[in-house]
Design a protein around this ligand. Sequence first.
Ligand SMILES: [Zn+2]
Length: 297
Amino acid sequence: MLRLGPTNPYNRNTVNNPYDPEPRFTWPHDKRCAVMLCLDVDGETTALSEDPKLVDRLTTFSQCQYGPEVGVPRLLGLLNHLGVAATFFIPSYVAEQHPRMTLAIANAGHEIGAHGHLHEKLAELTRKEEEAILIESLAILENLTGKRPMGHRAPWFEINPWTAELLAKHGLHYSASMMRDDVPFLHTNGLVEIPGQWMLEDWEQFAFNPDPQWGVIPEDCDKVYRLWWDEFIAMRDYGCSFTLTLHPWLSGRPSRVKLVERLLTDIQATGDAWLATGSEIADWFQENPSARREMTL
Ligand SMILES: [Zn+2]
């Protein structure tokens, strides 16, 4: 039941009589689970959305610049090497500041989704303000790449009661912000939701800045590998959607790129995972609504 990847140093005994429920979802190509790799390129908006004056705190600000300038090119190289297509959620301010990066991501065959303009907290916005930002961010991303985004990830994952309605109204196919399930589900208006979870997020593992205080103590990569690999193996057994979110200013650091390489290589080696973009997952669900199995009591 538990198959460990070839480079995985972590081992344990298999269970004699494993709990083996019916998979939650039917995935294409007879795969047992989906893997959606999300890269949230928050860049300079990490600081600017907290306090515009942080632009003059050069060291803090330069940590944010590391994402678009170093992390993204390095991670793009790795994804190209592995043949994996990811979903990049980019605040449109960051896309405007780094047009070559944005185009390079699109030209490499990755999906680009909306992520606010300045990484605004939706909970602090009125419906009108949120809609204006959505319209602006979609237009900027479309102008830069020639392609209208199909997906949306709310900054800080937090959406408002009206967000799904706004996303559908402006032509988006899916949202990737909620945590109500571990397989895709539909909002009442038919918008697809591809849920995530904080455990599969690199901020909680790697973020650190002394002032303003971001994160706590950066974790070591072996621990993070085990955390994510264990969740992948269990999600594979239960037929879930493994939605991993990385920030290039964190996971673009050298040892963490090696961690991502190890994890993706081991996931690929199982042969059981459908590595897909958000749009591919949303399209599959829309075309196969019976793919989802409800939890029953
Ligand atoms: Zn973000």
